[in-house]
Design a protein around this ligand. Structure first.
Ligand code: NAD
Length: 341
């Protein structure tokens, strides 16, 4: 079994998460980290992780095969380019960079150097996303025509680079990258129209959330909503098909499917009292029209991303996070950002 040396640049929130997972991945050896902050280096040392004196020391370490970049968004480009020039394979955090022009340069250099450039789109392996994909692919609710994907937080934006526009802060670059990437994998269709409303309710120079509508050429419409001022959350997923509706409330896969088992004309809904009036249209369908089902959960091993990386380097699998896919999402985000005043 191959064994790859890997070093991390940026030992912050996600850098420390990577370190933990790398230590538990058989084919990887954590060679050390490099961070510009003393407290993060001290923390790494306290966990017996080697701390490189400088970026150069890390890049010149011949036992390092892979460099993992987990620094703020605006610093990815330079660090990726240095690492590729040093002949390392690179894993880079999302968003890989802030413009398609810079990404094209990175992608070109990785091909020229014959080194992999792998973007950490880890949320492709989230159970909730994979469960939605299974519901759609196995036609459990018929032809899907409407998808809502939401993440709601009630803590604002952390007070660091995420609040700075020139560092690639804001929620579109943060969660938008994940949620758009997921949607693009759900349907084999092209976006024909889109619109976005940015939220700036917290008064930072970046968006603290957004509502993005995507319209696809197979008549599916998608709502992606990211907000940081929700003290009560809406469900993570709400998916409508011609033969049913699915709801997934959170990452823990709490939710269900209501499958329509009679034609709509035969659902025999009864008129019900609603507020200060009556309704037949908004009454629930009759019990014999609906089959309430459990979600078909897809559970994923926690180290699946890192194992995929090793398999790609060993040429046992081809890279599933392709540069073409990354570019499509980045290009959309670039266009959306240009609509911001
Ligand atoms: P963070 O602020 O917690 O950590 C960033 C670290 O990088 C800090 O310790 C900082 O000192 C260090 N740093 C900054 N510039 C550096 C440089 N030039 N060289 C070395 N170290 C440097 O941020 P974070 O939340 O860990 O986010 C880092 C990156 O990871 C961002 O791109 C973010 O979008 C991404 N991220 C991805 C996920 C995911 O699930 N894929 C989750 C969180 C963050």
């Amino acid at each position: 079994m191959a064994n790859y040396g890997i070093a991390i640049i940026g030992y912050g929130g996600i850098g420390a998460y990577h370190a933990e997972h790398i230590i538990n991945t058989k084919s990887l050896r954590l060679k050390g980290i490099f961070d510009i902050k003393k407290d993060r280096n001290d923390l790494a040392k306290s966990k017996n992780i080697h701390v490189y004196e400088s970026l150069d020391h890390l890049l010149h370490d011949l036992t390092v095969d892979i460099v993992l970049i987990a620094t703020p968004n605006d610093s990815h480009y330079e660090l990726v380019m240095h690492s590729l020039h040093a002949n390392k394979h690179v894993i880079c955090e999302k968003p890989v960079t802030l413009s398609t022009k810079l990404f094209d340069e990175m992608s070109f250099l990785s091909q020229k150097q014959k080194r992999e450039l792998i973007v950490h789109q880890n949320r492709r392996w989230d159970s909730d996303f994979l469960t939605v994909k299974k519901i759609i692919d196995s036609h459990l609710i018929g032809e899907v025509f409407h998808i809502e994907s939401r993440v709601h937080g009630g803590n604002g934006i952390p007070g660091d680079w995420r609040r700075k526009r020139d560092q690639g802060g804001g929620m579109l670059y943060d969660w938008g990258v994940h949620l758009i990437d997921q949607i693009m994998l759900l349907k084999d269709a092209k976006i024909i129209k889109y619109s976005i409303d940015f939220s700036t309710i917290l008064g930072h120079e970046v968006d603290d959330g957004f509502l993005l509508h995507l319209y696809f050429d197979d008549s599916t419409d998608v709502l992606i909503e990211v907000q940081t001022t929700n003290f009560i959350k809406l469900p993570r997923w709400y998916v409508k098909g011609l033969n049913g509706t699915a709801i997934i409330n959170d990452w823990n896969l709490d939710g269900y499917i209501n499958q329509l088992i009679l034609p709509l004309e035969e659902t025999h809904s009864q008129t019900v009292k609603a507020g200060n009036g009556l309704t037949k249209t908004m009454a629930p369908p009759s019990e014999d029209a609906i089959n309430k089902m459990k979600l078909p959960p897809i559970l994923v091993e926690p180290n699946v991303f890192y194992e995929h990386v090793c398999n790609v380097l060993e040429k046992k699998e081809s890279l599933s996070i392709t540069h073409g896919q990354i570019r499509v999402v980045l290009s959309l985000i670039e266009n959306l950002m240009n609509t911001r005043v």
